[in-house]
Design a protein around this ligand. Structure first.
Ligand code: WAQ
Ligand code: MG
Ligand code: MG
Ligand code: MG
Length: 252
């Protein structure tokens, strides 16, 4: 994997019309791929766009860019824990506890929940000041889309063997994303639940707590969802976004 050319792939799909023209966000995805694996990676992203519970993709954009080939850091995946809560109320309370333990203020936690419960068409993440709860990016519903991360193939196979209950692509993708976010200077914690109606397990992650899966962060059938990245007040937001969008990293 070391000296082959690498490509970043980014997919976004919307219903009705393109995102920028007001379409409904259906699905997105990001990969890092060697030239040899490029066709397979494009097909996988296309499949993801075409078969989605949020709706029918009428607009699909797949961007492929060669990535500058320097030493690419390898990040160890965050350790996983699972909270088997039995109601949305208990799940959200658990999430709030974990965020508090990661040093996010009550005001910021409340703001984070307000945003996720009322977002039905968020394509990326919202950045919030972890103390004041103030929004730190100016991206609107586009948000900040973390890109240029992927599992290193061999490590992924080993990791999956060790977690037989978590073999879904969804979990692998979420752990990879959360690991990159936790590695960014300025990240205090992340809160996420899917905008897919059938998937109600979400997570809180942070450099100190790892990746904490929580059953039931929303009711099944709901289209709300998204991601909140809580950051320290001193974070240089332009540098922070640059790292998340542009810096290639392997998870492994
Ligand atoms: N960068 C930033 N935000 C993103 C990205 C990204 N690359 N991908 C998705 N999001 C945001 C965006 O607002 C989506 O609407 C939202 O997250 C949800 O994305 O059982 O499936 O892909 O351990 O629907 C987490 C729990 C599943 C997995 C999350 O999210 C588990 C999930 P989805
Ligand atoms: Mg996803
Ligand atoms: Mg539809
Ligand atoms: Mg989704």
């Amino acid at each position: 994997m070391v000296n082959e050319p690498l490509y970043s792939l980014r997919m976004r799909a919307a219903e009705g019309r393109a995102h920028e023209d007001g379409g409904l966000h259906i699905s997105g995805g990001e990969r890092l791929s060697t030239r040899e694996e490029l066709e397979e990676a494009v097909s996988a992203l296309l499949r993801k766009a075409l078969h989605h519970s949020r709706g029918t993709a009428d607009f699909i954009n797949i961007a492929i860019e060669k990535v500058a080939q320097e030493e690419i850091p390898v990040l160890a995946p965050l350790p996983i824990s699972t909270y088997c809560t039995t109601s949305v109320q208990a799940g959200r309370k658990q999430a709030a506890d974990l965020l508090r333990q990661s040093s996010v203020s009550d005001a910021a936690i409340e703001r984070g929940f307000e945003i996720l419960t009322s977002s039905y068409n968020l394509r990326g993440a919202v950045l919030l000041d972890s103390q004041s709860g103030e929004r730190m990016d100016t991206r609107g519903t586009k948000g900040v889309r973390v890109s240029r991360m992927d599992w290193e193939r061999m490590s992924h196979a080993i990791w999956k063997k060790r977690q037989p209950l978590l073999e879904s692509v969804r979990v692998s993708e979420a752990v990879a994303l959360a690991t990159k976010v936790a590695s960014a200077a300025g990240t205090v914690a992340e809160l996420c639940w899917s905008d897919d109606p059938e998937y109600s397990t979400g997570y809180v992650s942070s450099p100190t707590k790892g990746y904490c899966r929580i059953f039931h962060l929303k009711e099944e059938g709901e289209l709300s969802g998204g991601r909140i990245f809580f950051v320290t007040a001193e974070t240089n937001i332009a540098d922070y976004i640059e790292y998340l969008e542009k810096m290639p990293v392997w998870i492994g």
